[in-house]
Design a protein around this ligand. Structure first.
Ligand SMILES: Cc1cc2nc3c(=O)[nH]c(=O)nc-3n(C[C@H](O)[C@H](O)[C@H](O)COP(=O)(O)O)c2cc1C
Length: 349
C-alpha cells in the first residue's frame, strides 16, 4: 500500500516538475502564471528583491540617507569630472539627492578611519569647486558647505578624486607570474588542522574589495566564521562539502545586500559583483599561503531559512556563496581540472 502511494506521489511530482512546465513556456506572462500557481522556487528571491527595494526607497525618500545612493552618485560625479570633453555643468538631475544623502550620512570624524567618507567629501568638494555657474549648483554648494565643518576646509588635501595613472606606483607583476598564480590556485579540500589568522583573511578581503562593482556599490558582506560551534552549523548547511566538511577550519559566507537597489532590474548585481570580488579574494588567499574552495549555495528554501537564522540575516540579504578557507594540507591532492581550450571559449567579433 505504502509503495503504491509513493509511486503515485512520484508520478505527480514528475508531472508537476517535468511535464507541466512545457505548457507555460510560450510567453513571459504564462511563465509568471506557472511560478505563481505551480512553483514557489522564485518566491524567496522575489521577496528579498522587494524587501530590498522598499527598504532602499524608504531610506531614500523619507530619511534621505541612503548610503548606496551616496556611493552611486559620488561615482557618477567622478565620471562627470573625468569626462572628455568635460561638461562645465552636470549632475543637475541628482545633485540635490546627493547633497541630501551627504548631509544625513557624512560626519567629518568618520573620515579618519573610513576612507570612503573622505572620498564623498573630496569628490563633492571638487565638483562644487570646479562647476560652471548654475543656480541649482550654487544652492547645493551652500547646503554642502553648511554641513561641512568650516575648520576642516582648506586643511584637507583633496586626494580621492579622478587622477592620472601615470602618477602612481605601477605594480611589477608579470603576465607569466600572474598566469602561474591562476594555474596554481585550485580548489583545496584538505586543510591542516590550524587556525586561520584573522589578519590574513582581512588582507584577502581588502584585496577583494578592490574589485569592480556596478556603480562602486559593493553590495555584499563577508561573514567569516571561525568560531567552532558556529562553524559546525554553517559548514554543514551547503550540500557540496560531503566527505571533507569536518576538516574545514574556516568558512566564509558572502552575503548580498539587495537594499542597494531602487529597481528590480539590478537584482542580479549582487551575484555578479560578489563573484568578481570572490575571485580576487581566492587569488589573494593564495599569495598568503592559504587555500580555498568555493562552495555552491543553491536556492533551496529549507537551507536558506536555516542560513538566515544562523547568520541572523535581514530579509533583503541573501547568501550568495560559501568558501572554505585554510592552510592546504600538502599531502592532500587537488583535482587537475583541466580547462577548455582557448579556441572553444573565445570568438573575436
Ligand atoms: C559557484 C561554485 C560552486 C562550487 N561548489 C562546490 C561545492 O559545492 N563543493 C565542492 O567541493 N566544490 C565546489 N566548487 C568547486 C568546483 O568544483 C571547482 O572550482 C571546479 O571543479 C574547478 O576546479 P578548480 O577550482 O580547482 O579550478 C564550486 C565552484 C564554484 C565556482
Amino acid at each position: 500500500m505504502k509503495k503504491y502511494f509513493v509511486k503515485v506521489y512520484m508520478r505527480i511530482l514528475n508531472f508537476k516538475n517535468n511535464i507541466l512546465p512545457r505548457y507555460f513556456i510560450s510567453s513571459p506572462f504564462l511563465s509568471s502564471f506557472y511560478y505563481l500557481f505551480f512553483s514557489a522556487k522564485f518566491r524567496r528571491e522575489q521577496h528579498a528583491v522587494l524587501q530590498g527595494k522598499v527598504f532602499h526607497l524608504k531610506e531614500l525618500k523619507f530619511n534621505k540617507s541612503n548610503v548606496y545612493t551616496l556611493i552611486r552618485n559620488t561615482h557618477r560625479i567622478e565620471k562627470g569630472l573625468l569626462m572628455r570633453p568635460r561638461r562645465p555643468v552636470f549632475a543637475l538631475d541628482f545633485i540635490s539627492e546627493t547633497v541630501d544623502a551627504f548631509i544625513n550620512i557624512w560626519e567629518p570624524k568618520r573620515m579618519e578611519n573610513d576612507l570612503q567618507y573622505k572620498w564623498f567629501y573630496d569628490v563633492l568638494s571638487e565638483y562644487f569647486d570646479t562647476s560652471g555657474e548654475n543656480k541649482l549648483v550654487e544652492r547645493e554648494r551652500v547646503r554642502f558647505l553648511r554641513k561641512v565643518d568650516n575648520t576642516i576646509i582648506g586643511q584637507i588635501e583633496k586626494k580621492s578624486i579622478p587622477y592620472s595613472r601615470i602618477d602612481v606606483d605601477i605594480p611589477k607583476i608579470s603576465y607569466d607570474e600572474f598566469y602561474k598564480l591562476t594555474r596554481y590556485r585550485r580548489s583545496v579540500r584538505w586543510f591542516l588542522n590550524e587556525k586561520v589568522p584573522r589578519e590574513l583573511v582581512d588582507k584577502a578581503i581588502l584585496a577583494a574589495n578592490q574589485s569592480p562593482t556596478a556603480c562602486n556599490r559593493q553590495p555584499f558582506e563577508y561573514r567569516v566564521i571561525d568560531d567552532p560551534t558556529l562553524l559546525k552549523k554553517v559548514a554543514n548547511l551547503p550540500r557540496g562539502v560531503k566527505g571533507y566538511v569536518d576538516g574545514i577550519p574556516m568558512m566564509v559566507v558572502v552575503v548580498g545586500n539587495l537594499d542597494a537597489y531602487f529597481d528590480e532590474r539590478d537584482r542580479h548585481l549582487i551575484y555578479i559583483d560578489a563573484s568578481l570580488a570572490n575571485m580576487t579574494f581566492m587569488l589573494a588567499l593564495e599569495t598568503l599561503n592559504l587555500g580555498s574552495c568555493p562552495i555552491n549555495w543553491p536556492d533551496i528554501e529549507e537551507l536558506e531559512v536555516k542560513m538566515d537564522r544562523v547568520l541572523e540575516l535581514e530579509k533583503h540579504q541573501r547568501a550568495i556563496m560559501c568558501m572554505a578557507v585554510g592552510f592546504p594540507d600538502p599531502s592532500g591532492k587537488v583535482a587537475f581540472s583541466e580547462k577548455k581550450n582557448l579556441n572553444t571559449i573565445r570568438k573575436f567579433n
